[in-house]
Design a protein around this ligand. Structure first.
Ligand code: DQA
Length: 145
């Protein structure tokens, strides 16, 4: 598909997980809205959530050959730990947007470093579900141009 949306560990718990930080919207709701936005723009979209690093990495590798044009990724805690995820994204050389619901810069010090940000096309954080939707809006604008 044109767009690949990846959600990392624990994001399957959205809606019930620390709602004061991550909000009340479920991952299914977010995916539904992203899918709606893509379809309105006549772009195809695939979404995947995994708690397993290798599943995300394997999906990124597959994106190299399946026509994916841009990746939106909320890497969850792998943001702050995973050289492997970074290497997968640079390895396939597809443009990607790093997305976070919370403002990682306003939280614990260990969340303030990302292994992905310097190789991302852009980073959006702190706007709750709007972080995803604004990233999608950018992706649509770019891919339709
Ligand atoms: C997160 C921020 C990360 O630090 C955290 O580990 C998450 C979610 C966010 O969307 O705000 O799991 O990526």
């Amino acid at each position: 598909s044109d767009l690949l949306v990846l959600h990392g560990p624990n994001l399957n718990l959205l809606g019930s997980r620390e709602p004061e930080i991550y909000g009340a919207t479920t991952l299914a709701d977010i995916n539904a809205q992203l899918t709606h936005m893509a379809q309105e723009a006549a772009l195809s979209i695939d979404t995947l959530q995994s708690n397993a690093e290798y599943v995300l990495i394997d999906r990124i590798h597959a994106a190299r050959l399946d026509g994916t044009r841009m990746i939106l990724i909320n890497p969850g805690a792998f943001t702050h730990t995973s050289v492997a995820l970074r290497d997968a994204l640079t390895g396939v050389a597809l443009p990607f947007l790093e997305v976070h619901l919370s403002n990682v810069h306003a939280r614990e010090p260990f969340r303030q470093h990302s292994y992905l940000s310097d190789v991302a096309k852009g980073v959006i954080c702190g706007l709750g579900v709007h972080s995803y939707y604004l990233a999608m809006q950018y992706a649509i604008t770019t891919l339709k141009a």
